[in-house]
Each structure stands twice: as C-alpha cells, then as structure tokens.
Ligand binder design. Structure first.
Ligand code: IDP
Ligand code: MG
Length: 140
C-alpha cells in the first residue's frame, strides 16, 4: 500500500471542548502527517452539501444543524493506507461500540457528537479533499 490521503474533520463537539490539540497528538502518534489544516465555520449550505450522501437518512437535518453549530477543523491526513487506518483510529460511529484506544472511545459524547469525521473510501477521500482544499493548500 502506498502513501495515501484522507479528509478528516474535527467536529463542533471537539472544538467546543478544546480537544483539537489532543486529537492531533493522537493522529501524529499514529503516524499521520497533517498536510493541510484550517478552522472553518460551515454554513447550512456547506454542511448540507458535504453530507448530501446522507440526505435520505432520518438524522440528516439534525446532522447538518450540528455540523454548523460551531467551528470545525478540516484536515488532510497523509500516511500509508490512510483511509482505512484513520477509520481504525476513529473508532465506531456510536462511541458505545468504539474500541479502546480510539478517538471516539476517548472523546465522543454520542452517536451524533462523535468528535471526528473520516472519509470512508479512497474515491470519497479525493472528493472530500477537493471540497475543502485546493492543491496549493496541501503541503506534503
Ligand atoms: P461515520 O462518521 O462513522 O462514517 P456515518 O454513517 O457516515 O458514520 O454518519 C455520518 C455522521 O452522522 C456520524 O459521524 C454522526 O455524526 C451522524 N450519525 C450517524 N448515525 C446517526 C444516528 O443514528 N443518529 C444521529 N446522528 C447520526
Ligand atoms: Mg461516513
């Protein structure tokens, strides 16, 4: 497996509790390089577009409201097999099911306020990275 990139979001529950440094420390400890990063406050349109894949799910409206409720930190993470490795360290969507040592086990408050987003495939990673970053903003 070659070096790969994935899109990460530190969600409003994480910025609210001042956890961005603690999460970044876990990421760097796990071998990820943060090759792009910015703090943004998503509009309803941006949050809705980013999560458009979940439009039909019952929690979509609440998810969009939550993601625009405070600032987020969007990041591009780089390492070998980054997409799968980040899903591993994130932990299960519902923190009640997340494994020991994962970000969500340590920090998530609920299935919705679960601290981090990570792309779920290489194709989606490419799409999601483009959603937030231009090529010249990513410094490997
Ligand atoms: P993932 O973030 O682990 O990939 P997805 O199924 O893609 O999980 O869901 C996207 C986000 O929507 C979750 O991270 C979480 O914030 C929220 N979410 C997922 N399922 C529920 C639910 O059943 N109730 C409320 N929010 C949910
Ligand atoms: Mg997902």
């Amino acid at each position: 497996m070659t070096v790969q990139r994935t899109l990460s979001i530190l969600k409003p529950d994480a910025t609210e509790r001042n956890l961005t440094g603690a999460i970044n420390a876990m990421l760097e400890e796990a071998g990820f390089r943060i090759v792009a990063q910015k703090r943004v406050h998503l509009s309803e349109k941006q949050a809705g577009a980013f999560y458009a894949v979940h439009k039909e799910r019952p929690f979509y409206g609440e998810l969009v409201s939550y993601m625009m409720s405070g600032p987020v930190v969007v990041q591009v993470l780089e390492r070998e097999d980054a997409v799968a490795k980040y899903r591993d360290i994130m932990g299960a969507t519902n923190p009640a099911n997340a494994a020991e040592g994962t970000i969500r086990k340590r920090f998530a408050e609920s299935i919705e306020r679960n601290s981090v987003h990570g792309s779920d495939s290489a194709d989606n990673a490419a799409t999601e990275i483009k959603f937030f970053f231009s090529d010249c903003e990513i410094v490997g």
